[in-house]
Design a protein around this ligand. Structure first.
Ligand code: PHE
Ligand code: NA
Length: 500
């Protein structure tokens, strides 16, 4: 049995946790979500969610990893023999996310390259869907591989699996030590340029102007919790895995606060940068902010290239910086997602890290090719939509109910965290995890199910036109339930190592 890997330094662990948290969600998801849910007023539910769910669950997951020193399946098994399947379920969802997250990073690599001569031209939408992605006409239909996506996708997998093969300290830690500081510098340059563009202030006004009319609406609160869960990479087995490599003597609570606040700080910075740039665009076209606001793929690969075209100077340079920041933010998150199943496989089957990287990562790499085909975008959209909506709520809900109410572990975990941490946690933590989070997530799940049954999928973002509700619904549920069933089956497979 190989000795368990460990982080080399405290900063190494914290940077890796921040690297996982800071991802595409910070850059293209948070600004739009905040704007649509009350602008400045959104900070109230957002902060509330951070303090009653985000940081408390981070503390819980750090404690679980540190105490049981195992991947998510092993940790859940050590807590209770019958819950190993939950760990595999989370790992399998992480596996699915990795198959499409990698593809978006591949697009960002292509666009970094396109920046050198602004290859996207004037019609940025036509370029993305037509020239670049070569979208098939019918949703759900397979086409052939798109070389422009395939090549950068191979590069992504070589980088990521190369880092993972080198291990926790020599691979993951070093990669984050390089990529995260670089990301911060690159992003600061973009934000400084953004706020000094003409019209920037209009965008910032729109972003920060508080709209309190909807503040009591449940949708706003659900949006805040959803953003915090996704953004902090909690309930996806990631933070349990990363904290299982902490040395015995480590602070837990403090590290959770640093990770949580850094991620939110980066989100705020992205909000400022994105809206300053949108303000510039709106002003130069003489339209309102509402007409240029976007999130997700549309923001990054359609609106941004169009804005770069309008930049007063150094267009190519700023285009490159922007897409480079997507690449860096994405890679560090992707590494953390894949580590969940690399760790799980190598512990369960007692195989070396190299082998589990090759089997697990290799399989994900092959499956990711589906999204590199013509029409792959439809699958990607459907998967992302479903995981964002249901994955977060379902995994988080099962986790907190299990730990707080069924296995009743909060007391044990609290003492464990307090024994080794500077900051002591008390009833704030217990109430957040035992009461507030289950209520909010339970409501979230209930509402999502109700809306789906009564109205079908709410596809108001406009990204999903073209395929039927049934396509997303059956596809999404088949995959989610399939992951749970496979997870349970996995938990019955005999452990090849004697770690348990
Ligand atoms: N936290 C990442 C982000 O903000 C996304 C992510 C979610 C990464 C789940 C891994 C797992 O983009
Ligand atoms: Na994030």
């Amino acid at each position: 049995m190989e000795e368990r890997s460990q982080w080399g330094t405290r900063a190494g662990f914290v940077l890796a946790a921040i690297g996982s948290a800071v991802g595409l969600g910070n850059i293209w998801r948070f600004p739009a979500v905040a704007y649509e849910n009350g602008g400045g007023a959104f900070f109230i539910p957002y902060l509330f969610a951070l303090l009653t769910a985000g940081i408390p669950i981070l503390i819980m997951e750090f404690t679980m990893g540190h105490k049981y020193r195992g991947s998510a399946p092993l940790t859940f098994r050590k807590i209770n023999k019958r819950t190993e399947g939950i760990g595999w379920w989370a790992v399998l969802v992480a596996f699915i996310i990795s198959t499409y997250y990698s593809v978006i990073i591949a697009w960002a690599i292509s666009y970094s390259y396109f920046s050198f001569n602004l290859a996207w031209g004037e019609d940025t939408e036509g370029f993305l869907f037509g020239d670049y992605l070569k979208l098939a006409d019918t949703p759900g239909e397979f086409g052939s591989l798109v070389p422009g996506v395939f090549i950068p996708l191979i590069i992504v997998w070589i980088i990521v699996l190369g880092v993972l093969v080198r291990g926790v300290k020599r691979g993951i830690e070093i990669a984050n030590r390089i990529m995260i500081p670089t990301l911060v510098v690159v992003f600061l340059i973009i934000v400084i340029r953004a706020v000094t563009l003409p019209g920037a202030i209009t965008g910032l006004d729109a972003f920060f102007k508080p709209d309190f009319t909807e503040i009591l609406s449940p949708t706003v609160w659900v949006a805040a919790y959803g953003q915090i869960f996704f953004s902090l990479s909690i309930a996806f087995a990631i933070m349990i895995t990363y904290s299982s490599y902490l040395p015995k003597k480590s602070d837990i609570t403090n590290n959770a606060f640093i990770t949580g606040f850094s991620n939110s700080g980066f989100e705020l910075l992205a909000g400022i940068g994105v809206f300053a740039i949108l303000g510039f665009m709106a002003t130069s076209q003489g339209v309102g902010i509402d007409e240029v606001v976007a999130g997700g793929v549309g923001l990054a690969f359609v609106v941004f290239p169009a804005i770069i075209n309008e930049f007063p100077a150094f267009k190519e340079f700023f285009g490159l910086l922007f897409f480079l920041s997507l690449v860096l933010a994405g890679l560090t998150s992707l590494i953390s997602i894949i580590e969940t199943y690399v760790a799980g496989l190598s512990e369960k089957f007692n195989i070396s890290r190299t082998k589990s990287v090759l089997f697990g990562g290799g399989l994900a790499a092959i499956l990711s090719l589906i999204f590199a085909t013509q029409g792959g975008l439809f699958f990607l959209d459907a998967a992302d939509y479903f995981i964002n909506q249901f994955g977060v709520a379902a995994l988080g809900l099962v986790e907190v109910i299990l730990i707080a109410w069924i296995l009743r572990k909060l007391g044990v975990f609290k003492s464990h965290a307090n024994e080794i941490s500077d900051i002591r946690i008390g009833s704030w933590w217990t109430i957040s995890i035992g009461v507030i989070t289950p209520i909010v997530l339970g409501y979230m799940m209930f509402e999502l199910l109700r809306l789906n049954i009564t109205k079908g999928f709410d596809t108001d973002t406009g990204n999903y036109e073209g395929y039927s509700d049934a396509f997303i619904m059956w596809g999404g549920w088949a995959v989610a339930i399939g992951a749970l069933v496979i997870g349970i089956i996995f938990s019955f497979v005999k452990w090849k190592s004697n770690e348990t």
